[in-house]
Design a protein around this ligand. Structure first.
Ligand code: TXE
Length: 481
């Protein structure tokens, strides 16, 4: 039984209390590893290590910090297959997805910020007539707390620690206790790369213990969190009275709006991906599909036919399109929402049940890709986040009507629009309450762009220089010439 360890002060160490949490393989439903059940004692050790390392790391030239991050990116690339397999086993996602998306993006995150920091400049303001000049200095905060979810484990873990480290902070990070494995493997790569002790510390364990201890620690002035909206609310309640700087990337219930004049085959093919990639466990997935009425029946028929052909099965097999959902508890949550949809008057067009996979995965947690129609646009199924392979179809007749449907939820993360009428696309995009809008595509990502949601989908933006501004404190210095 593999027993992973915390990464504190440059070493792999057991939790102080010597307690461990069971870690399950979602595809088999079987226990396969133990992870530290750390507590505030481990967090205290990590914060002390980070504080001790901070002065030297902050004083390290940005180019040198970047070089170390590029070395870690190279090591991630070298260990692609091992990391992808670990990710697939830990999360349940298809190995092919981990190999082509999750792990390469983790490497890109480290590489992007390892170079971006060398181009990150600040402004100066010359005051005509008063012979004075102002310049802005951007200081790293010190110790940054980074807390990440289970759906894209290494991808989102590195998306947080990379800008924090590049900006000169030291980090105390907590990956999800549901999917800790690749963060643990990254610890080993950081040691191999020669990252100085204490610059990055990874403390494994429960959110309500380790996550809460990081959030509440008085020497951690900045918190970057990705996860559920409810947890984001809890973190904000702790951090706000301590005047901590907060970045919250939370849930989504994203509209996918398909106008009758769309490129039908492209919209259809992409909708399969945006509905069911990663078993629908991507907060950017388009779980509410709105189709302009003249195309509704044609889209419904073609979409359901394609969904029925998706292979749900062993994540390690090449042909698998949907693997296991991340836990038994999450599977029950998804199935409960399908029951709710039935009670709210929905018609299940395909799916709607757990999938029993034969062989080694007979004990795994699999849900059939599910398509539901006939629900009110504002019912609970259509306004609450399910975060699984479940989408609804709803027809619409006018632009105003579909904007009302799309904007009716508390969330405001992402949206997709399919139309050949680009003036309409831009007009609709600007009226959508979403931080990210894709037109005639989905999940096309430029890491320089601001990333995040509005309303209950989050606070602040990650990405590009936004993240480097978040992980630094601006100081204006005015000097009389
Ligand atoms: O979240 P949880 P999950 C959202 C996605 C879904 C959720 C899935 O839409 O709703 O995240 O991730 C730790 N104090 N996004 O279920 O439970 C917990 O241990 C401090 C949106 O894991 O909130 C884990 O490490 N920490 C996003 C992390 O928080 C606590 C992209 C997330 O756990 C804690 C991806 C506490 N009290 C997923 N309780 C986006 N918008 O980009 C738990 N944690």
């Amino acid at each position: 039984m593999q027993k992973i360890q915390n990464y504190i002060n440059g070493q792999l160490v057991a939790p102080v209390a010597e307690q461990y949490i069971d870690n399950y393989n979602p595809a088999t439903g079987r226990l396969y590893a133990l992870i530290p059940d750390s507590d505030e004692q481990d967090v205290e050790q990590a914060v002390q290590a980070a504080r001790a390392a901070f002065p030297a790391w902050a004083a390290t030239p940005a180019e040198k910090r970047g070089q170390l991050m590029l070395r870690i990116a190279d090591l991630i690339d070298e260990h692609l297959e091992r990391l992808a397999e670990a990710e697939s086993i830990d999360n349940g996602k298809p190995l092919k997805l981990a190999r082509t998306v999750d792990i390469p993006r983790a490497s890109s995150n480290m590489r992007f910020y390892g170079t971006a920091i060398q181009h990150f400049a600040s402004e100066a303001h010359y005051m005509e007539g008063t012979e004075a000049i102002n310049y802005t200095v951007r200081h790293p905060h010190g110790v940054a707390g980074c807390i990440s979810p289970w759906n894209l484990p290494l991808y989102l873990f590195t998306w947080k620690i990379a800008p924090a480290l590049a900006a000169g902070n030291c980090v105390v990070a907590k990956p999800s206790e549901v999917t800790p494995m690749t963060a643990y493997l990254l610890s080993e790569l950081c040691m191999e790369a020669g990252l100085p002790p204490g610059v990055l510390n990874i403390v494994h364990g429960y959110g309500h213990k380790v996550g809460a201890a990081i959030t509440a620690h008085p020497k951690v002035p900045v918190i970057s969190f990705t996860g559920g909206t409810a947890t984001g609310r809890t973190i904000a309640a702790t951090a706000a009275p301590m005047f901590k700087k907060l970045s919250l990337e939370l849930g989504g219930k994203n509209p996918n709006i398909i106008f009758a004049d769309c490129d039908f085959n492209n919209a259809l093919h992409t909708a399969i991906h945006s509905s069911f990639a990663n078993q629908g466990q991507i907060c950017l997935c388009g779980s509410r599909i709105f189709i302009e009425r003249p195309r509704y029946d044609k889209f419904k028929t073609a979409f359901v036919e394609k969904v029925k052909s998706l292979t749900v099965g062993d994540p390690l097999e090449e042909g698998t399109r949907l693997g296991a959902v991340v836990s038994g508890q999450h599977m029950q949550k998804i199935l409960s929402y399908i029951e709710l949809a039935r009670r709210e008057g929905g018609t299940i067009l395909t799916g709607g049940h757990q999938v029993q996979v034969e062989g080694r995965c007979s004990g795994g947690w699999f849900v059939a890709p599910t398509v539901i129609e006939g629900l009110p646009y504002n019912c609970r199924t259509n306004t609450e986040e399910i975060f699984g392979p479940v989408v609804t179809l709803t027809p619409f007749d006018t632009e105003e009507e579909v904007l009302g449907y799309a904007n009716c939820t508390d969330y405001g993360l992402a949206a997709t629009i399919w139309t050949q009428n680009l003036p309409r696309a831009h007009r609709v995009a600007h009226q959508l309450q979403a931080g990210i809008v894709w037109i005639n595509t989905w999940l096309l990502r430029d890491l320089r762009t601001p990333f995040g949601g509005m309303k209950h989908s989050g606070v602040g933006r990650e990405g590009g220089f936004e993240a480097l501004r978040f992980f630094t404190e601006a100081q204006n210095v005015c000097v009389k010439l």
